[in-house]
Design a protein around this ligand. Structure first.
Ligand code: C2E
Ligand code: CA
Ligand code: CA
Ligand code: CA
Length: 278
């Protein structure tokens, strides 16, 4: 199934469910990809809802496979996650993002960069040390590094999760709760989390303008976040009506194709040099 085309990973996943996994083959492909620099980060702007000013970017990984072309993270991250291959990728991403923060800092641009942390990576005992090592190695302002952690992970109200979050915060790193609304949050616990930002999942944004309930959820989440002094990002904003609605609801930041798709670093640089977003 190795050269089966774009759905190779799904085929692998199916084989694994059937008990015939080619984990070694996958491991090799991912290691090869790491060795051969086949991964690349694209960056998607997070902009102020009110005036479209760039307030940060989210780093999103892309795999440029020489045979299959660009493989989306939706295809390989879940598989890598399931078989313990995510750490090598995740820490590559972290280093790459820190290197980017540094080169932007050198150019005189302070652009906060958010990195996605997979659940497995978050559970690595040396996560905090590795983040610290990256910040030191690239000598960056820790305030420019944000970590996005999915709601389901941060809501495990274990003391170890809390401790890791507190340590990251103490380091000066910003924490963002990703895909909010897709899990089951305990509100009592949410208010004890040291997160600065809450990202409303795209599914709510999609329904917002035609399903009254979705709009009410978005409104309630924005109020809740503000009362906890968190800033709110709406994900997956594609249409101008959504921008208007989110603005009227007091949403702080907006991320989505309406402003920009994820673009290579050079695209962000062009933006900083004065090109318009839309
Ligand atoms: P996510 O963290 O929820 O990232 C947002 C996804 O929504 C990205 O998909 C982005 O391209 C897409 N998106 C942004 N704006 C819009 C929009 O207006 N419309 C639509 N339809 N989609 C939009 P992408 O890049 O394919 O990434 C998918 C997921 O893969 C991410 O979801 C994240 O969970 C994961 N991922 C990506 N890069 C990394 C990484 O470096 N590490 C880890 N652990 N996960 C990653
Ligand atoms: Ca994210
Ligand atoms: Ca998200
Ligand atoms: Ca999402």
């Amino acid at each position: 199934a190795k050269h089966a085309g774009r759905n190779t990973w799904r085929v692998y996943a199916a084989e694994m469910d059937g008990g015939g996994p080619d984990i070694l083959g996958m491991q090799r492909a991912i290691r090869r990809a790491l060795d051969n620099d086949e991964f690349v980060l694209h960056y998607q702007p997070k902009v102020a809802a009110l005036d479209g000013a760039l307030r940060g970017v989210e780093a999103l990984i892309r795999w440029q496979d020489p045979e299959r072309g660009v493989v989306s993270p939706g295809e390989f991250i879940p598989v890598a996650e399931r078989f313990g291959l995510i750490n090598a990728i995740g820490f590559w991403t972290l280093r790459e993002a820190c290197g980017q923060i540094r080169s932007w800092q050198h150019a005189g641009w302070r652009i906060p960069v958010a990195v996605n942390l997979s659940p497995q990576q978050f559970r690595q005992p040396d996560l905090v040390e590795r983040v610290r090592a990256c910040i030191d190695e690239f000598d960056i302002d820790p305030g420019l590094l944000a970590l996005e952690i999915t709601e389901s992970v941060v809501m495990e109200s274990s003391s170890s999760v809390r401790r890791v979050l507190e340590e990251l915060k103490a380091m000066g790193v910003t924490l963002s709760i990703d895909d909010f609304g897709t899990g089951y949050s305990c509100l009592a616990y949410l208010c004890r989390l040291p997160a600065r930002q809450l990202k409303i999942d795209r599914t709510f944004v999609i329904d917002m303008d035609h399903v009254a309930e979705a709009r009410h959820v978005v409104e309630a989440v924005i109020r809740l976040a503000h009362s906890l002094r968190m800033e709110v990002v709406a994900e997956g904003v594609e249409r101008p009506e959504q921008v208007l609605t989110l603005r009227s609801l007091g949403c702080d930041l907006i991320q989505g194709y309406y402003f920009s798709r994820p673009v290579p670093a050079a695209g962000i640089e062009a933006l900083m040099q004065g090109d318009q977003l839309t």
